[in-house]
Design a protein around this ligand. Structure first.
Ligand SMILES: [Zn+2]
Ligand SMILES: [Zn+2]
Ligand SMILES: [Zn+2]
Length: 198
């Protein structure tokens, strides 16, 4: 589908602002399918490939009016929250031009892409619910927690304790679950694309 074929969403007529990642409604909380909970406005960049730091911090807003209403959709049919985004628009800009032997500042209009095009092109990675389906979301958090505890035990000279042994066995259990999921395709990278909402 080309950009020209995108139907204008209701947002274009209501006059709402472009709202990439939900920046206008409290940050990118719904990214990652809510995997990281309501406090996920600050995410580590490894979890949100393609997201600029400012967006992760929830500080990012767009000054343009929204033109299209879209939602992220993966190949398995997972659908993200609706986003109202800006699209191609005219933007005035200044540039230097030689006029009668001197450089003058000249105002011009150029057509620039909007967040619809930007996010479409960047395609912020894989569908989180396909990467961490079902119980894997919990196991992923558990894995992280066990790793943190093991690092703490190591750093405090408790590497050979019973507790550390227990944590290592837990880590092995979780890792083998991920091995199974990766092997049988339960865990997979599903590219997400922006689909217009009509
Ligand atoms: Zn999938
Ligand atoms: Zn925008
Ligand atoms: Zn999916």
């Amino acid at each position: 589908m080309t950009v020209e074929q995108i139907p204008f969403g209701a947002a274009a007529f209501i006059g709402r602002r472009c709202n990439p990642y939900g920046a206008e409604t409290g940050g990118p909380r719904r990214i990652m399918g809510g995997l990281h909970g309501p406090d996920s406005a600050k995410l580590v960049s490894a979890d949100t490939p393609g997201l600029p730091e400012a967006v992760q911090q929830g500080e990012w807003v767009c000054k343009n009016m929204a033109q299209v209403t879209v939602r992220m959709t993966c190949g398995c049919g997972h659908v993200g929250a609706e986003m109202e985004l800006c699209s191609w628009h005219d933007e005035p800009y200044w540039h230097g031009e030689m006029v009668a032997g001197t450089i003058r500042r000249v105002k011009d209009i150029r057509t620039v892409h909007g967040h619809y095009e930007e996010i479409s092109r960047r395609q912020a990675g894989a569908c989180p619910r396909c990467m961490y389906p079902g119980a894997y979301a919990e196991w992923y958090k558990a894995l992280f927690a066990w790793q943190q505890e093991l690092a703490m035990l190591r750093d405090t000279g408790q590497w050979y304790t019973e507790r550390a042994q227990y944590v290592r066995s837990k880590l092995e259990d979780v890792c083998s679950e991920f091995d199974v999921g990766n092997a049988d395709g339960t865990i997979h990278r599903c590219p997400m694309r922006l689909v217009p909402v009509s």
